[in-house]
Design a protein around this ligand. Structure first.
Ligand SMILES: [Zn+2]
Length: 208
């Protein structure tokens, strides 16, 4: 079985123009999406999902997760948590994550004045669109509280806010660089930045 092709409920399979929606799929705004966990099958112009047996589990306190920063409210950022598979188990997140920011950046006005003009962007630990590795510290009723405090945790993948290019890690390991825009961006960076193999191994090893 090829895990790379595993689809989760809501995952986008194709558009209605490409294929005819068939078993275990639904149509959402012209897109065909999976309604169950399984593999995609294409047959005679139809697309369907064949279910596989997996045990569905919930994320737990202490678990490490990957997620994308979706909203930045300054004192709190919100995170869409990725589903996680390990052996026969599938962890599905039905809640968002949040990170409570410990302190405000000093003189944000001064920092903002330099955006787009100077060569230094506003230094914030996380930005919308960043992919982060985090640990669940609390499992609340409708949100997971996440923490990125340790050296392993933080941003693992980040794109330039100006030109969308992947940022590269500077030698100092504490800031990122866009070679198109010639800017440096300070963030809370994981020691596994842009190393998806290390991140996957870390998640597999540290999650039960
Ligand atoms: Zn750029």
């Amino acid at each position: 079985m090829n895990d790379e092709n595993l689809m989760f409920p809501g995952d986008n399979l194709s558009t209605e123009e490409e294929f005819v929606s068939s078993r275990n799929t639904f149509i959402d705004n012209g897109n065909i999406r999976a309604s169950i966990i399984g593999r995609t099958i294409i047959e005679n112009g139809s697309i369907m999902v064949e279910g596989i047996s997996r045990e569905i589990k919930s994320f737990y306190r202490g678990m490490y997760v990957l997620g994308e920063i979706t909203d930045d409210l300054h004192t709190i950022v919100f995170v869409k948590i990725d589903n996680f598979k390990k052996d026969k188990d599938v962890y599905i997140s039905f809640k968002s994550g949040k990170i409570i920011m410990k302190s405000h950046a000093p003189s944000p006005r001064h920092q903002r004045d330099r955006d787009f003009e100077g060569n230094k962007m506003e230094n914030k630990p996380f930005g919308v669109g960043d992919i982060i590795l985090a640990r669940i510290t609390f499992d609340d009723k409708d949100v997971y509280t996440l923490d990125c405090g340790s050296i392993d945790l933080g941003v693992v993948y980040s794109k330039c806010a100006l030109c969308d290019a992947l940022l590269t890690l500077n030698d100092d390991k504490t800031s990122l660089h866009c070679s198109n825009c010639e800017i440096d961006v300070g963030k809370k960076i994981s020691s596994m930045y842009n190393n998806s193999v290390a991140v996957e191994e870390f998640l597999y090893k540290n999650n039960r």
